[in-house]
Design a protein around this ligand. Structure first.
Ligand SMILES: Cc1cc2nc3c(=O)[nH]c(=O)nc-3n(C[C@H](O)[C@H](O)[C@H](O)COP(=O)(O)OP(=O)(O)OC[C@H]3O[C@@H](n4cnc5c(N)ncnc54)[C@H](O)[C@@H]3O)c2cc1C
Length: 382
């Protein structure tokens, strides 16, 4: 089969590698608009059981990536100066560039060709896609292709009001931390965690009103960094905030009613985005790739396989997508939430998506459950 993939992110790379591994006769090319040695952002975190989802279907990829993951068992919520460690939440993280670099080599060793610095602007690019049996649109949340094909896919894109900026820092944190600090302009939140022995992600998120009051719109990149360094001075302990072409963005909640037309199929963020606060976007993208590959193992024609892909994937993916959207909205009320007592605040964070109930909080962290029950004795009946 002649397979052409637009976008060399986790979704495209994972699908390419699986297809080529199973049948080296497939002709698989990935077109990636970026260069080989650069990407946006810093590290990405995998929640729950890290890369376990990969193990059964691609043990080689699992074994390749696992040694490069930073792992830790706990989460820390910082409510101004009160630190609340929460046990029972395993996480793992890896630098995005490192993840991609490992996947490039893995896919290439299997015989996938990756053309870097090659953007595809349209599905009717005859020269590159003209005679493909299957075109996989794995170009992330980019509006290129999405906007021109909205009607075909039934795409909706809901731009959320919060502003975020994806920074890094040389401070190495010992757990995944969410730090919330009240300032004269409003509440600032940093999502921060180590993703290599010498680097951490430091993603700053604020409500729109806070962003406006701080006048970030008119601030230079240097002054923006200096402002965030002042807000989080106690957390950074003198370490600098690092930029990677970082700028304020709004999160697009993307959804597509239809996942394919003709021989074109969407996977990863192109199919749907999942807010970064639940640490699942990369996993979902790779799980899409696995489901699409499984669909092609079961069905022998492209239309049948694309229909099967949706059947296999819709339900499990939608559950996480819904949780991610609820989580995003919790951050949109962070100013209100900060009025809670620190224990209530941490509890509210833990239970924000509705997937963790009181019994589960008690199982993960009996101390947090007990502290919450002191404030709300009625909860102990749960
Ligand atoms: C601020 C932020 C923080 C995040 N943190 C986490 C996290 O901690 N954990 C997590 O699991 N997920 C996180 N995510 C989500 C995660 O990055 C995405 O869900 C994941 O990268 C999706 O993979 P993908 O392969 O679908 O798309 P992408 O990783 O976006 O890859 C798409 C690729 O397509 C290329 N491309 C785009 N347009 C074209 C074109 N026209 N032609 C050719 N190539 C093109 C791009 O250059 C890119 O390399 C975060 C996202 C953001 C925005």
């Amino acid at each position: 089969m002649k397979i052409r993939i637009i976008g060399g992110g986790p979704a495209g790379l994972c699908f390419a590698a699986l297809m080529k591994r199973d049948d080296p006769a497939h002709d698989v090319v990935i077109y990636e608009r970026g260069p080989r040695d650069a990407t946006w952002g810093f590290g990405v975190v995998f929640s729950d059981r890290a890369l376990e989802f990969l193990r059964a279907d691609d043990e080689a990829m699992y074994l390749l990536l696992s040694p490069h993951m930073e792992t830790w068992p706990n989460l820390t919520i910082v409510h101004n100066d009160t630190r609340i460690p929460i046990t029972g939440n395993g996480f793992a993280a890896i630098g995005r560039l490192q993840l991609l670099s490992l996947l490039y080599v893995h896919a290439e060793q299997l015989g996938v060709r990756i053309e870097f610095d090659r953007a595809i602007e349209s599905f009717s690019d005859r020269e590159r896609l003209g005679d493909a049996d299957l075109i996989v649109c794995a170009n992330g949340a980019s509006p290129v292709l999405r906007q021109a094909n909205e009607l075909r896919f039934g795409t909706s894109c809901d731009w959320r009001p919060n502003k975020f900026i994806w920074y890094g820092t040389s401070r190495v944190f010992d757990s995944l931390s969410l730090t919330f600090r009240e300032t004269d302009h409003g509440v600032f939140c940093a999502h921060h965690y180590r993703y290599s022995p010498s680097r951490s992600t430091f993603l700053v998120e604020v409500e729109e009103e806070t962003w406006k009051r701080a006048d970030f719109e008119h601030m230079s990149p240097e002054s923006t960094i200096a402002h965030c360094e002042r807000v989080f001075a106690k957390d950074l302990s003198g370490h600098p905030i690092l930029s990677n072409n970082s700028h304020w963005r709004n999160f697009p909640m993307i959804w597509n009613e239809r996942w394919s037309f003709d021989n074109v199929v969407l996977v990863g963020d192109a199919l749907r985005t999942a807010h970064f606060s639940i640490g699942s976007g990369t996993r979902l993208a790779m799980e899409d790739a696995i489901a699409l590959w499984k669909a092609f193992r079961e069905k022998h024609s492209v239309p049948e396989a694309l229909a099967r892909f949706r059947e296999l994937r819709l339900h499990p993916m939608k559950k996480i997508w819904d949780a991610a959207n609820v989580s995003a909205r919790w951050y949109e009320r962070m100013g209100e939430n900060m009025k809670l007592d620190p224990v209530e605040f941490a509890y509210s964070y833990m239970t924000r998506t509705g997937r963790v109930n009181h019994a589960e909080v008690r199982r993960r962290d009996p101390n947090l459950a007990a502290a919450y029950e002191k404030l709300h004795p009625e909860a102990s009946a749960a």
